[in-house]
Design a protein around this ligand. Structure first.
Ligand code: ADP
Ligand code: MG
Ligand code: ZN
Length: 477
């Protein structure tokens, strides 16, 4: 019997707000321990939380980005548990009435027959992060700087089918959130953490197998590796006739294995109840409409548009999507121009190379995007060769002068005058009797050498196609 994996992810993402969720402490990474704290986020008795409105906006914005419904009534609940990193002994979260529900995310995935997958989103709800335990040689410390940082939990339906698909989903999800400025999604700073739920079942069966949850993964490649280990482990166990039990496991990144943490029997009872110190959240039409204006063009939509509107190949469109400033530069240069692919070649290859070489950034360029299009057009219309175009480009970088002006000033225009080229060709043949004789004797490659000599003689200005034709004509005459 063949088995298949079923995977659902719970992804935690720190929201990009200036202050924490319920107090005015900065939402800041890397400060000395316990410096971004106050009585509210330290859970002192008698304090009252005040909801951070920007965090509420970013939550609803995420709902729009992930095609969710936005209920007109949401609330916060206390999830009670005792743990050193949670000073309040409860976490504020949204339990049965989350701010968003029933969405989906679509992303490109090579392993799919259609190249595109859709994963349903159960909900994205708002909660607060907890502090961080640090363990030293002889003691442990708790840093509460992270306590109360707004955290979004994005729960997927069990629609993921394998390690690579889970990886692609996480990448697409965080690309979307980063593009909309919901979160910087910086994994190095722990801004994205993920619980991985995975089970196996006979292929084609509808019934879900026992769910194993791998807690607190902090890298996408870790998620992929954990699944690459865990799925065969489960399949082998089932094939041996073992009944898998629901349990929580931990990923050991060094050993490359998962190991049991706790089984269902010791599952927590969180005694959820509505937070009495916060009003339910009932957004108005105006408020929602304002949040909606913050939905940007998302990566995949952008890529498809670049392919459609400019006739770009997938690879080019991908580069111009992943690097948004470069893509915007391209659009400014190529919009309304009949050779967008040539512009893309320059924007993707020559421009970044020159930026790196001269340690400039796109914002410091001395010429506008339209000047690059003008340069491309000088090549496309045969006024200059692509080799000369490189020199003109360097000059544009240095001085910001318009390409046509540079060509005029330096006399770089391509020579397409047949008389002038014939004169050059005659000179080259006279100076290279050996290769000329070779060509006449049937050695076709000799023509390339002669052509190279002609281009050199013209300082790169001769029209290369004409140079070849004229040489051939003279040699055959
Ligand atoms: P819990 O209440 O334990 O967090 P949920 O039913 O809310 O469990 O599911 C949490 C996550 O686990 C979701 O992402 C869901 O898609 C996924 N999930 C649920 N059941 C299974 C299963 N049998 N196999 C794989 N993933 C599952
Ligand atoms: Mg869970
Ligand atoms: Zn605080």
């Amino acid at each position: 019997m063949e088995y298949e994996a079923v995977i659902g992810l719970e992804t935690h993402v720190q929201l990009k707000t200036r202050s924490k969720m319920w107090c005015g402490c900065p939402n800041e990474f890397g400060s000395p321990p316990n410096t971004n704290v106050c009585p509210v986020c330290l859970g002192m008795p008698g304090v009252l939380p005040v909801a951070n409105e920007e965090a509420l906006r970013l939550t609803v914005l995420t709902g729009y980005l992930l095609n969710c419904e936005i209920p007109r009534f949401a609330k916060f609940d206390r999830k009670n548990y005792f743990y050193p990193d949670s000073a309040k002994n409860y976490q504020l979260t949204q339990y049965d009435r989350p701010s968003t529900a029933n969405g989906w995310v679509e992303f490109e995935f090579d392993g799919s027959p259609t190249g595109v997958e859709r994963v349903r989103i159960t909900r994205a709800h708002l909660e607060e992060d907890v502090g961080k335990n640090n363990h030293f040689d002889r003691h442990s410390g708790v840093d509460f700087n992270r306590a109360g940082v707004p955290l979004l939990e994005i729960v997927s339906e069990p629609d993921l089918k394998g390690p690579d698909m889970a990886y692609a989903y996480l990448k697409a999800l965080t690309d979307i959130l980063a593009r909309a400025n919901v979160s910087d999604c910086d994994l190095e700073k722990g801004m994205v953490r993920c619980d991985v739920n995975v089970s196996v079942r006979p292929r084609g069966s509808e019934k879900l197998g026992a769910k194993i949850e791998i807690k607190n993964m902090n890298s996408f490649s870790g998620v992929r590796r954990a699944l690459e280990y865990e799925i065969p482990r489960q399949i082998e166990a089932v094939m041996r006739g073992e009944a898998l039990r629901q349990e929580t496991r931990r990923w050991d990144d060094v050993a490359g294995i998962t190991e049991p943490m706790r089984s269902k029997e010791d599952a927590h009872d969180y005694r959820y109840f509505p937070e009495p110190d916060l009003m339910p959240f009932a957004p108005t039409d105006e408020w929602l409409a304002e949040v909606r204006t913050r939905v940007p063009e998302l990566p995949r939509a952008r890529k498809l548009r670049l392919m459609r509107d400019f006739g770009l190949p997938d690879g080019d469109a991908q580069v111009l999507t992943d690097n948004l400033p470069l893509g915007q530069f391209f659009e400014a240069a190529a919009t309304g121009y009949r050779h967008p692919k040539s512009v893309a070649n320059w924007v993707i290859n020559n421009l970044p190379a020159k930026l790196a070489e001269t340690s400039t950034s796109l914002g410091d360029l001395k010429f506008p995007a339209t000047a690059l299009r003008d340069l491309v057009d000088l090549v496309e219309s045969g006024k200059i060769s692509s080799k000369i175009a490189q020199d003109v480009f360097a000059e544009m970088f240095a001085t910001g002068m318009a390409p046509a002006a540079i060509v005029d000033q330096k006399g770089l225009a391509q020579v397409s005058d047949s008389g002038a080229i014939e004169a050059l060709a005659a000179q080259v043949i006279a100076a290279n009797p050996g290769p000329a004789a070779d060509f006449k004797a049937g050695k076709a490659a000799a023509l390339n050498f002669l052509k190279g000599q002609l281009m050199k003689l013209s300082k790169g200005k001769a029209n290369p196609a004409m140079a070849g034709e004229v040489l051939e004509r003279l040699l055959k005459a």
